[in-house]
Design a binder for this molecule. Structure first.
Ligand code: HSE
Length: 454
């Protein structure tokens, strides 16, 4: 490979191939290997150097793969493979041995491309520090929202802007489940069974339905967007296992769709201190919001930036070949950097903002409760909200008794109240819900959901 027009080296310079080691040959890894072998020439012309796949480290060289790949590429000796590589692509997943191997690769001076969200969310600072120490670079476009370009836009394209908020549908399995509940009236259990049948949900779907997967992605996005290290433990997390078909139907009637969102937000606390929040929970998304029309297992990330305004990134959040696209994009970038030379760009955490707990966040709630249908009940309920400094925006009452005929016996009648609040502190809203539960006139609180956005 030759590189023309080098100002310091006017003569044509010969470049050797960039040696690529692949760790892992699962659904993404095997597609990366296939595309690398099939489109080698095209990728080389984009990268400015040939990308030579020098080996694929796996646990079992005889295991069946999604793709037929040359047998002689496989090895179980990941450590030796890393030592002979310029770029290491880690697609093993999980923490160990991925962490040790990525550290070894970085310490040997290799750039690393990874799609490992769990590793980044739990050991990101350690890995970025290791990269910076030797001038290597860690690329991770595939770690959040599969094929969707979101890391590079936040890292580069929006580096001159100030991100205000990110709201992402970053877990395809849960979006598929909620969408099936919404569009087909399926229960959570039936929708989960379908997601499992279709291969979206794992045999153990806990990481998806309890929001752990989305929380890892929220930590990565928040760290990147706010130039601050946001630990996974600081991400507030609630899953969708308690979402009922009644809640989903009622949401639609009120003009909302229930979506589980990973939110990263810049905010100011009561003392005027600037900080960030990262959280995952199911929320009511207004039908008019672009995120409301994200269906099936698709992902989308909605970014609100001070100067750029609203931006939305949409596409496949998982899948072998789709995610391989993001890995190969990083690989080409890493190879280009290798050709140009110089140290990698260090991850920026210079803002070092405090990460606020969920109680500090200001949000809106929609609370649905069954109450006694009797004089003074509404004012009692309103009084509880007022006492906690929560302002009511809307109230809708439906009486369980279908007749207003004079003389009808209303003893024991109940009504359903749907209360929408103005923006209030999460801690005040949580206290309000507890206080409402303790009121005699409140028979049951059937739903408490946040409304997305400000
Ligand atoms: N289980 C994840 C999802 C895969 O359903 O989106 C991608 O992280």
């Amino acid at each position: 490979m030759t590189r023309p027009n080098d100002r310091n080296h006017p003569q044509m310079i010969e470049y050797r191939n960039v040696r690529v080691a692949l760790l892992g040959a699962g659904s993404v890894g095997s597609q990366v290997a296939r595309l690398l072998l099939e489109h080698g020439d095209e990728l080389a012309s984009r990268a400015g150097a040939g990308l030579e796949l020098v080996g694929i480290a796996v646990r079992d060289t005889e295991a069946e793969r999604d793709v037929d790949l040359p047998k002689d590429l496989f090895t179980t000796d990941a450590e030796s493979l890393i030592l002979g590589a310029d770029i290491v692509v880690e697609l093993i997943g999980g923490i160990e041995p991925a962490r040790t191997l990525v550290l070894q690769a970085l310490q040997s001076g290799a750039d690393v491309v990874t799609g490992n969200k769990a590793l980044l969310a739990t050991h990101g600072p350690e890995l970025f520090a290791a990269a910076e120490q030797v001038g290597a670079q860690l690329y991770y476009e595939a770690a959040v929202a599969g094929a969707i370009p979101i890391i590079r836009p936040l890292h580069d394209s929006l580096a001159g802007d100030r991100i205000v908020r990110i709201m992402g549908i970053v877990n395809g399995t849960t979006n598929f489940i909620l969408d099936l509940m919404d569009r087909k009236g399926a229960t959570f259990e039936d929708a989960l069974a379908t997601a499992t049948e279709l291969g979206y949900a794992e045999a153990d779907p806990t990481a998806d339905v309890e929001g752990y997967d989305a929380a890892q992605k929220a930590a990565i996005l928040a760290s990147l967007a706010f130039h601050t290290s946001v630990p996974l433990a600081a991400v507030h997390r609630e899953g969708i296992t308690a979402i009922t078909i009644d809640q989903v139907r009622a949401a639609r009637k009120a003009g909302y769709v229930v979506k589980i969102l990973a939110t990263a937000e810049r905010l100011t606390d009561e003392d005027g201190r600037e900080g960030v929040s990262a959280r995952v929970y199911p929320a009511l998304v207004p039908e008019s919001h672009p995120l409301a029309s994200v269906h099936g297992a698709k992902n989308a990330v909605f970014v609100e930036a001070e100067a750029a305004g609203d931006l939305m990134f949409y596409g496949a959040g998982a899948g072998g070949v789709e995610t391989a696209s993001a890995v190969l994009g990083d690989l080409v970038s890493a190879a280009r950097r290798h050709v140009i030379g110089g140290p990698g760009v260090a991850e920026s955490t210079q803002a070092d903002l405090p990460v606020f707990p969920i109680g500090t966040v200001r949000t809106r709630y929609q609370i649905t409760l069954h109450v006694a249908d009797a004089p003074g009940v509404l004012s009692t309920v309103a009084g509880v909200l007022a006492k906690h400094g929560v302002s009511v925006e809307t109230v809708e009452q439906t009486s369980a008794l279908q007749t207003d005929a004079p003389g009808a016996d209303r003893t024991g009648a109940t009504a359903t109240l749907v209360i929408g609040t103005h923006l209030a502190r999460e801690s005040d809203l949580a206290d309000t819900v507890v206080a409402l539960r303790n009121e005699d006139v409140v028979a049951e609180i059937t739903s408490v959901l946040r409304v997305a956005g400000a």
